[in-house]
Design a protein. Structure first.
Length: 443
């Protein structure tokens, strides 16, 4: 295949950069740091005023009026949750969560990693509005975690990556349920019934074999998402429900696809070649048939997940981080750092997550309900608990839902950022030592 100048100079380096597993995590961290720097610089007023700009969408009485910050958290993050929903469905159907035997350990670890952080947080904040933040330290940010694992290189056991991915997926299910049941405002029954109607239509579309992304986009965005937004239940839940209705089966089975593609390839090779830069009409027809066959062979669920992942990793999550991580430190920093909310979040993540993940996993293994994944040692399990304490994206999101008071919100976000930094360093070191121990055992 010939390379054009634009391929060599621009497209290939960009694709190489975007395809690195570390890139999205680094970008996320960079935008968060940038937001913190700007929010505590002479540009802080510009930064905060930016998110207060209002946008309206609708007609007549049916108008949705929100500021930019809410459009990002309610709208743009719905795209993130849609991809989370696609990943959940794929994992449950054919991934690590599809086999009960393989799923017991990460699911148990995830449950322990949600219960213990909440209990520790409530120990510091047992009552009042501060107690609303119990959900903040329960989350795990898989993008950050996998980014750190890939930085550690090939010595990291594949089983550890699989374990942490399955744990984070189970954790995401818990986070979605928590948002749905505990972080919602007053419910509008009529809007919820309308949302239910659109959801039923999407399920029916799946059952009768509709595979057009446009149909699901219209029903999911114009119908389900808007209805949820007006119902009082957080609109990101609509994104997860919409994702679960996307067909997960291919129109053409793998064996038939391979046979037909071989036949089309032979036909293409047998056609008269043209000396011109363009193809013959017959060649174009065959290539079009091959493209159609390829589309039929890929399930819509995986097609959307694959296609939308770069959008989420390189646009949605960095914008969210930039909009939510910019905390202007007002007053004494150490006073904020040792506030009950901040301590509850930090210790909930750093102690609750580690104890929950490690202790529950240890008990499950000790009772012989499940085995420690091959290639992992107990130090890897401890490192997994530390990396699971990186809550970042989901923790910041839940903090925004939990608190109306700006000071409480700031304290929670300081806790999330401090815990993320400490957990990243300690987790990185622990996994590195565990890898070295594995290497010595092999020698």
């Amino acid at each position: 295949m010939s390379k054009e100048i634009v391929d060599v100079v621009f497209i290939d380096p960009l694709q190489k950069f975007m395809n690195r597993s570390t890139t999205s995590g680094i970008l996320l961290f960079t935008t968060a740091v940038l937001a913190m720097v700007i929010a505590n610089s002479p540009l802080q007023h510009w930064y905060h005023e930016l998110w207060q700009i209002h946008f309206k969408i609708g007609v007549g009485e049916y108008m949705i009026d929100k500021d930019l910050h809410h459009w990002i958290n309610d709208g743009l993050m719905a795209v993130f949750f849609f991809v989370v929903g696609l990943e959940l469905k794929r994992e449950i159907i054919s991934g690590e969560l599809s086999n009960p035997k393989n799923a017991i350990l990460p699911i148990g670890a995830a449950i322990g990693g949600m219960i213990f952080p909440a209990l520790i947080y409530l120990f510091f904040n047992p009552s009042g509005e501060a107690s609303n933040g119990w959900g903040v330290p329960m989350a795990t940010d898989i993008a950050f975690v996998l980014g750190l694992l890939y930085i550690l290189g090939d010595r990291v056991p594949i089983s550890l990556k699989v374990f942490l991915t399955a744990l984070a997926i189970a954790d995401d299910i818990g986070a979605v349920l928590i948002i749905a049941f505990f972080y919602t405002s007053n419910i509008e029954e009529i809007s919820l019934l309308v949302a239910g109607g659109f959801l039923v239509m999407m399920i029916i579309a799946n059952r009768i074999g509709v595979r057009s992304s446009l149909v699901y986009a219209i029903l999911g965005i114009v119908g389900l998402w808007v209805a949820f937004l007006l119902s009082g239940i957080h609109a990101t839940i609509a994104a997860v429900l919409a994702a679960l209705t996307i067909p997960a089966s291919a129109k053409v089975p793998e064996t038939i696809f391979a046979r037909k593609m071989q036949r089309l390839l032979k036909t293409f090779e047998s056609l008269d070649k043209t000396k011109a830069a363009t193809l013959t009409e017959d060649q174009v027809v065959v290539l079009s048939q091959m493209k159609t066959m390829s589309d039929y062979a890929m399930p819509p669920l995986q097609k959307l997940e694959h296609g939308m992942h770069p959008l989420v990793a390189f646009i949605v999550m960095p914008i969210f981080a930039f909009a939510n991580a910019g905390i202007t430190i007002e007053g004494e920093f150490f006073e904020l750092l040792f506030a009950p909310i901040t301590l509850g979040v930090i210790l909930g993540l750093l102690i609750g997550k580690v104890v929950g993940v490690y202790l529950v996993s240890f008990i499950i293994i000790k009772l012989k309900i499940a085995k420690l994944p091959e290639g992992m040692n107990k130090l890897h399990l401890l490192g997994a608990g530390l990396l699971a304490a990186i809550g970042f994206t989901m923790s910041l999101f839940i903090a925004g839902l939990a608190f109306n008071d700006p000071i409480s919100d700031m304290q929670a976000k300081i806790g999330v950022l401090m815990a993320t930094l400490i957990a990243s360093v300690l987790g990185f070191i622990t996994i590195k030592v565990a890898n070295a121990r594995n290497a010595k055992t092999i020698e």
